[in-house]
Design a protein around this ligand. Structure first.
Ligand code: EPU
Length: 305
C-alpha cells in the first residue's frame, strides 16, 4: 500500500475523468470482478502517456484494460489505477490498415472487408481489442495476429514512444513480450496490419459462415472469458476437459460449458473465487486423468487471497 501517499492520491484525484472504487465487472466479458481503486477512460494517446509516466514516477500500480475479454478480475478488486483505453481511429493506406489499440478486432475485420482488403477474416472470431490482440497474439481458426501484423507502435513508461516489429514482440502461441517478456507494462498505441486486395463481399460471406459455426460450437452469447486454457501442444483443452467428464461442473454460479469444455460461463452472480476454484478443479482432474498440465489463457489480475 506504499503507493497510497497523500500526494499520490491527490495526483490521482486531479486526473480528468477519474473515478474511485469503480466497479469493473461490467467492463469485462465475464461480468465478474471487484472495483478498481482508481479508474479512468482515456481516448487520447497524449493523455494516456502522461498518466502512465505519472504512475511510473510515483510507483502507482497501473493496469491497462481493453475490452476485458481475457481477464479474471479478483473479487477484492484492483490495486492502484486501471486505465481503459478507448482510442478507436483507423487509417487505410493502400493495403495496410493502422488501427488504434482500443478498436475492437471484430470491427476492424468489417472495416477491412468494407475496403476490399482480405486476409483478416479470422479476426471476426476474436472478441477483444487491437491492443489486447497484440498483447497476446490473439487468433482464431488456426490464424494469429502475427501473420498479418507489419508493426506496432507503443509507449514504454519512462522511455517514451517505440516502434516494434513482429520480431521485437517475440510472439508465441497466445503470448508476446508485452505479456511475458521485456515489454511488460508497455502500452500498445496502434497496430499496422498488411492485407491483400480482394473481394470484400466474399470476405463478409466467409465471416458470416465462420460466425455461425462459432455460434454452434462456443457459448458466445453467454458471459465468459473466451478460452480458459491454452491448448496443449497437439491437443485441445476443450477435448481434454470433456474427456475428464467435467462439462457441466459447477462452483456457485460458474459452470463449465456443456457446449465447449474450454469455456466457463457466468450464469449470473458468479464470483472470481468460484471461477478460480473451477479452473483448479479442471486442472487437477485433467492432470490426474491424463497427466497433462493445462495452462490458463485467461489472466488473473487484482488482489487474490
Ligand atoms: N472438442 C471437444 N469437446 C469440447 C470442445 C472441443 O471434443 O468440448 C474438440 C473439437 O471437437 C475439436 C477440437 O476439440 O476436434 C478443437 O476444438 P475447437 O475447434 O472448438 O477449437 P479449440 O481448439 O477448442 C481454438 C481457440 C479458440 C478459437 C477456436 C476456433 C485456443 C485455446 N482456442 O479453440 O479461441 O475460437 O480454436 O478456431 O486456442 C480464445 O482464444 O478465446 C478462443 C475462443
Amino acid at each position: 500500500m506504499s503507493w497510497r501517499s497523500a500526494s499520490n492520491v491527490a495526483w490521482l484525484r486531479g486526473l480528468s475523468g477519474i473515478r474511485e472504487k469503480e466497479p469493473l465487472a461490467t467492463r469485462t466479458s465475464f461480468g465478474i470482478g471487484g472495483p478498481a481503486d482508481f479508474f479512468v477512460e482515456l481516448a487520447r494517446n497524449e493523455s494516456i502517456e502522461k498518466v502512465l509516466d505519472g504512475c511510473q514516477e510515483r510507483e502507482i500500480p497501473c493496469l491497462l484494460l481493453g475490452a476485458g475479454t481475457h481477464l479474471l478480475i479478483a473479487d477484492a478488486g484492483i490495486e492502484g489505477l486501471v486505465v481503459r483505453i478507448v482510442t478507436r481511429e483507423h487509417h487505410i493506406e493502400g493495403t495496410r490498415i493502422r488501427a488504434a489499440a482500443g478498436l475492437k478486432m471484430m470491427r476492424l475485420a468489417r472495416i477491412a472487408a468494407d475496403a476490399d482488403l482480405i486476409g483478416f477474416e479470422f479476426a471476426i472470431g476474436v472478441p477483444g481489442t487491437v491492443g489486447g490482440a497484440v498483447y497476446q497474439n490473439a487468433g482464431c481458426w488456426g490464424k494469429e495476429l502475427r501473420e498479418v501484423l507489419l508493426e506496432a507502435c507503443g509507449y514504454v513508461p519512462g522511455k517514451g514512444k517505440q516502434k516494434w516489429t513482429p520480431s521485437d514482440l517475440k510472439f508465441g502461441y497466445r503470448t508476446s513480450a508485452l505479456r511475458d517478456g521485456a515489454l511488460k507494462g508497455a502500452l500498445v498505441v496502434d497496430a499496422t496490419i498488411q492485407l491483400t486486395r480482394g473481394d470484400g463481399g466474399a470476405a463478409k460471406t466467409l465471416m458470416a459462415k465462420l460466425t455461425s459455426e462459432r455460434n454452434e460450437t462456443q457459448p458466445i452469447k453467454t458471459k465468459n472469458c473466451g478460452s480458459v486454457f491454452k491448448n496443449p501442444k497437439g491437443d485441445s483443452a476443450g477435448r481434454l476437459v470433456q474427456a475428464a467428464g467435467l462439462k457441466g461442473t459447477r462452483e456457485g454460479a460458474a459452470v463449465i460449458s456443456n457446449l465447449h469444455g474450454n469455456f466457463i460461463v457466468n450464469e449470473g452472480g458468479a464470483t472470481a473465487a468460484d471461477v478460480a476454484r473451477l479452473i483448479e478443479r479442471a486442472r487437477a482432474e485433467v492432470r490426474r486423468r491424463f497427466n497433462v498440465e493445462l495452462e490458463p489463457e485467461v489472466e488473473q489480475v487484482g488482489r487474490w487471497p
